[in-house]
Ligand binder design. Structure first.
Ligand code: GRF
Length: 216
């Protein structure tokens, strides 16, 4: 049976591309069956279409709010639609690949142990605020949406990337794979992020291949 993957993206989708390329080369052991984006200009959508993969733009439209509840309702409806679409494609694995939305516990409960996230910094194996690098150095854990810039601001000697299972706690959950990336003296956010992404593209293919193999 084919190991089926749904990929959720909000941006460029270069990690998605690495999965699609590995699939085309018969090196993934899995098939990307669905790509969903919440952003109309996400290039990941085009990458999916180019590979004839089902692709969906599902915007979260909160519009003008009369009160806070309208926004909460719109979000719940959007999440429910997203979960329904994903369910229709029966994926074994859902990858949050640069997807800039935090998903609620009720969404996560519909896909127990099936969702993984790509995070462009090192996360610890067992929670906490510090992470130990391969050389034994303890560095602060960076969580949130601006961790590449933060690694530079804090003057960290190295950072990296993590693929981890998603739990209700943001940027937490069991680590599946990690890679370290040194911060170079003349790095800016773009150059550092690009070097991190080189590792991320390799790592996500490796993780999918391993999970697919373990499932077969
Ligand atoms: C990656 O760095 C990922 O860790 C982060 O968003 C970026 C997505 O890159 N969450 P791309 O859209 O795959 O190029």
């Amino acid at each position: 049976m084919t190991y089926r993957i749904a990929v959720l993206v909000s941006g460029s989708g270069s990690n998605l591309q690495s999965l699609l390329d590995a699939q085309s080369a018969s090196e993934l052991g899995a098939e990307v069956v669905l790509v969903v984006t919440d952003r109309a200009n996400a290039y990941g959508l085009q990458r999916a279409l180019d590979h004839r993969v089902a692709a969906l733009y599902l915007p979260l439209l909160t519009g003008r709010k009369k009160n806070g509840n309208a926004q909460v309702d719109a979000r719940a409806v959007w999440e429910c639609r997203l979960a329904d679409v994903i369910t229709a494609f029966a994926p074994d694995l859902i990858i949050l690949s640069g997807f800039m939305r935090v998903l609620s516990s009720s969404f996560l409960e519909r896909f127990p142990n099936q969702i993984v996230n790509q995070h462009p910094a090192l996360l610890p194996e067992h929670g906490g605020d510090m992470v130990r690098t391969s050389s034994g150095l303890e560095i602060p854990v960076l969580r949130g949406a601006h961790v590449v810039a933060e690694a530079l601001q804090r003057g960290l000697p190295l950072t990296g990337c993590t693929v981890h299972r998603v739990t209700p706690v943001v940027d937490d959950g069991p680590v599946l794979a990690r890679a370290e990336v040194p911060v170079l003296p003349d790095d800016d956010e773009a150059s550092l992020h690009e070097r991190i992404k080189i590792e991320e593209r390799r790592l996500i293919v490796q993780v999918v291949r391993d999970l697919a193999r373990a499932d077969s």
